[in-house]
Design a protein around this ligand. Structure first.
Ligand code: FUL
Length: 489
């Protein structure tokens, strides 16, 4: 059923007032915290690119000290239109750019500092790297997001209240002048030694209090209501707790937001969420296609293989998280050949992986139980292409099954499931069984949580029918989509 369509809301209201008047079966109540509209839109993106470039790209550093001569920033062959089609082909839906990294150098001509492209050789100080990337993204139908490092190793004011004003002024520039922004990255890496306007010392800040995040975040949401804010503590999206490309095999989209702050967290909860969490704060997996976040010639031979990227895809998107894959442009401002080959290979693998859906061969979809016996909640609802319709059961049912019978024996080796998140995340454990021509059932895959999406790989099995058994759930299961594939990989 379309929970959020006006028509069904009217029906719903009528059913609440006169429960038996039209025999309408009410949907389950939401269970636990549910995503906001901006989070729901973010879930649909699933994967996008990180673009890390700054002075580090030109002086071979990962964390610039903040004292680099701005003149070294000179990506002479810069062309974001080289990046966009490659990213798009690999299924990535947007880009998040390091507008300012820890070195403090700004890729746009900020009115609040000279430590920016204004003072670099690039385009004689007249360029706006952020503007060019935002424009190219828009041209290719890609979303645009900004990374504005809270830690600034260049600026003299870092550590004092004046710096917070500076940070907010810059946030205002980025969120006002470059069109719609889908995500704002607030990195947790913080404090330590730096140039700090020539002081060259170690500065420590209190991660819980110094930045006054509630007020900065209110500004972000005021200027860009659709932007999801990423940090160790959300509020919209949480860090997954590592930079190696995986979220927990069990991954709940919830946590207790008030327990955390950027730089103040529990890694296990970041990685797997909290099944009893009170706030919807789903995980984002940040990982680089290279060992480092920035381009280094010496790492050209260490670009991750397409197969490795596919594994990362399964352990991020395939476990209900979003993936932000970093592809750092080189000192020309272009993706270099090694990265291009890997991205192209990854795009090919994804096509083979999910290009052959076998759902068309399903003759019958049945459920062990259907809420109110209503067609609105029947097993068929998981097979339409509509994410807003779903199968569900009576309240209190925490184990149930869906059976799909093929017209003829069909070979399958991949599965995709989605829960209907507007009603909350519920499923804690399930498996998939296949029936052979003798009628015998055998387990082919098993996993724990589903959330936005679960992808499963298993050996080829030729089945007359497939059965999904929900083995444990926090409340009655609500599944919006099921797809089976025969991958060619
Ligand atoms: C980390 C930073 O310290 C790295 O330099 C990079 O920006 C990465 C995305 O986040 O915490």
């Amino acid at each position: 059923m379309k929970l959020r369509s006006t028509f069904s809301n009217l029906l719903l209201a009528a059913a609440v007032l006169v429960p038996s008047a039209c025999g309408q079966t009410l949907p389950p109540e939401p269970y636990g915290p549910v995503p906001s509209e901006r989070q729901l839109a973010w879930h649909e993106l699933e994967s996008y690119a990180f673009i890390c470039i700054t002075t580090n790209t030109f002086n071979d550093l990962e964390w610039g000290y903040g004292d680099a001569d701005p003149d070294i920033f000179n990506p002479s062959g810069f062309d974001p239109e080289q990046w966009m089609p490659l990213l798009k082909e690999a299924g990535l839906k947007g880009v998040v750019l390091t507008c300012k990294h820890h070195d403090g150098f700004c890729l746009w001509p900020s009115a609040y500092t000279d430590y920016s492209v204004k003072s670099s050789a690039w385009k004689d100080g007249k360029g706006d790297f952020v503007g060019d990337v935002a424009k190219a993204a828009q041209k290719y139908g890609m979303k645009f997001g900004v990374y504005l490092s809270p830690w600034d190793r260049h600026d003299l004011r870092y550590g004092s209240p004046a710096y917070i004003e500076y940070y907010r002024d810059q946030m205002r520039e980025l969120l006002t002048n470059y069109g719609p922004v889908f995500e704002v990255w607030e990195d947790g890496a913080n404090g330590g030694d730096g140039y700090y306007g020539g002081a060259c010392e170690k500065r420590r800040i209190d991660g819980r209090t110094y930045y006054d995040w509630p007020n900065t975040n209110a500004l972000v949401h005021e200027l860009q209501p659709d932007a999801c804010i990423f940090s160790d503590a959300g509020p919209d999206v949480r860090w997954c707790g590592n930079e190696s490309g995986y979220v927990g095999e069990t991954n709940w989209g919830k946590m207790v937001r008030a327990d955390f702050a950027p730089g103040v967290y529990d890694v296990d909860i970041l990685n797997g969420g909290d099944e009893n969490g009170t706030d919807w704060v789903p995980a984002e997996v940040d990982v680089s296609i290279r060992p480092g976040w920035f381009w280094h010639e010496s790492e050209n031979s260490e670009v991750k293989s397409p197969e490795c990227l596919l594994d990362i895809y399964y352990s991020s998107v395939g476990r209900g998280a979003n993936l932000i894959l970093n592809i750092p442009p080189d000192n020309r401002g272009l993706f270099c050949d090694e990265d291009v080959r890997s991205l192209e290979g990854f795009a090919e693998l994804l096509k083979k992986e999910f290009g052959n859906c076998v759902n068309g061969g399903i003759k019958k979809a049945e459920a062990s139980q259907v809420r109110g016996g209503s067609r609105t909640y029947s097993a068929r609802q998981v097979l339409d292409e509509d994410h807003e319709t779903y199968w569900t059961t009576e309240d209190g049912t925490t184990s149930a099954s869906l059976t799909f019978t093929f017209r003829q024996p069909t070979t399958v080796n991949r599965a995709m499931l989605r829960e209907y998140l507007p009603l909350g995340q519920r499923i804690a454990s399930f498996n998939i069984e296949a029936q052979d021509e003798s009628g015998a059932w055998k387990e082919v895959a098993a996993a724990t949580t589903i959330g936005h999406k679960r992808l499963l790989r298993f050996d080829d099995v030729t089945a007359t029918a497939l059965r999904i058994n929900i083995l444990d759930a926090k409340a009655c299961p609500v599944i919006s989509d099921v797809k089976f594939y025969k991958s060619g990989n």
